[in-house]
Design a protein around this ligand. Structure first.
Ligand code: PLP
Length: 386
């Protein structure tokens, strides 16, 4: 087995697909130190610049003093601390849904929710560009798994029409992690009503960024319905770690009993929940942060003028620059690195073959000078690398 693993790794390297970890020597921020070298970073999902916020650091230190550093046991045994409970109630209220449940990561949430809510005889309808963990959750659930073309409402409707499944669940990213575009949530909800289906929305990249006061994609579209179950992660715009699922009380009560990644897993430390409670307050009060973030987005979109490569038409903090070829994407990323700028090259299987890209992610912590520096370096790269 080891020899075949080695061979596969070598093939990946030959194909320009070997991923390598960079060693971060500073807090997560727009200016970081990685491999002991300073960089301007457009890599992180810390869209509001909260990951190193002094108020959150203080909140974590204080909460660790009051609650310790470990949860000790599953939430169903003795691990459900008052800080966890307070945060669940705060999150439900914030996103405008009746109840919420914390998971230790978004990956665990998606696997747990899909695994619990649907099974044999049921069907999941999933966007082809959904995040990997929605696919994993789908396979794990043992429900039929139908994938439809990206954001294609008509294709989805055909699948729903033809389905004889007992329970039908549409699953989609709200903001697509590698494309930055937004799912047509109101249209999906209308299909749910027409075909007696339910909608599971993964708002990992909308929470904190979109909607009134950063309440997320449901607020962006101003939709709420008992047919909607939403998930959002807390390690991206919220700047900390974890995830929550929100929806009808019966859904949350059921998940507490049946979502295995909740039942059989130790919750994140209560101090993280206390930190996140402060983070949600900063998100809610952060209209100025979002205004700055969208100013950066507009600046990039209006000033980047390229011949060979192009930005996807995204309106969010995720601005993918499509290069196409894997090695060319890598070469661009490496060139920017020589200019002191980090932007990750995203290659298959994370994105479809032939669409390798630079995933530029913007943050409220960036200033115009940072984005100007990026634009100038990409313009230069197109000349040098063409
Ligand atoms: C990051 C991400 C996840 C996973 O969340 P983690 O908390 O990082 O495990 C799930 N869904 C989407 C769309 C994501 O981008």
């Amino acid at each position: 087995m080891l020899a075949s693993l080695q061979k596969e790794l070598e093939q990946r390297k030959a194909d320009g697909l070997l991923r390598q970890r960079r060693l971060l020597d500073s807090p997560q921020a727009e200016h970081i130190v990685a491999n002991q070298t300073p960089f301007l970073s457009f890599c992180s999902n810390d869209y509001l610049g909260l990951a190193n916020h002094p108020k959150l650091i203080a909140a974590m230190q204080q909460a660790a003093g009051a609650s310790g550093v470990g949860s000790g046991a599953s939430g169903l045994v003795t691990g459900h601390h008052r800080y966890h409970d307070d945060l669940e109630k705060q999150l439900a209220k914030f996103v405008g849904l009746p109840a919420a449940l914390l998971f230790s990561t978004g990956y665990m949430a998606n696997i747990g929710v899909l695994g619990a809510l649907v099974g044999r005889g049921d069907a999941i309808f999933a966007d082809k560009l959904n995040h990997a963990c929605l696919n994993d959750g789908g396979y794990y659930s043992l429900a039929e798994f139908h994938r439809f073309a990206h954001n294609d409402v008509a294709a989805l409707e055909k699948l729903l029409q033809a389905s004889t499944a007992k329970h039908k669940l549409i699953a989609a990213d709200a903001v697509f992690s590698m494309d930055g575009d937004i799912a047509p949530i109101p249209e999906y909800l209308a299909l749910c009503e027409q075909y007696d289906a339910y909608l599971y929305i993964d708002d990992a990249h909308g929470f904190g960024v979109l909607g009134a006061h950063g309440k997320g994609s449901l607020s962006h579209f101003n939709v709420r319905s008992p047919r909607i179950i939403m998930m959002a992660t807390l390690g991206k715009a919220a700047g900390v770690a974890g995830a929550f699922v929100a929806g009808e009380p019966v859904v949350i009560d059921y998940l507490i009993q049946k979502a295995k990644s909740y039942v059989y897993s130790t919750p994140a430390p209560p101090a993280l929940s206390a930190t996140l409670s402060e983070s949600v307050r900063l998100i809610e009060a952060g209209d100025d942060l979002r205004a700055n973030l969208f100013e950066m987005v507009t600046y990039l979109k209006t000033h980047l003028k390229l011949e060979k490569w192009q930005l996807l038409p995204s309106q969010t903090s995720i601005q993918p620059l499509i290069v196409g070829d894997n090695k060319a994407a890598l070469a661009l990323s490496e060139y920017l690195q020589t200019q002191g700028i980090l932007v990750p090259a995203i290659r298959p299987p994370t994105v479809p073959t032939g669409t390798a890209r630079l995933r530029i992610s913007l943050s409220a912590a960036h200033c115009l000078k940072d984005v100007q520096q990026l634009v100038a370096a990409i313009h230069q790269a197109e000349k040098v690398l063409l």
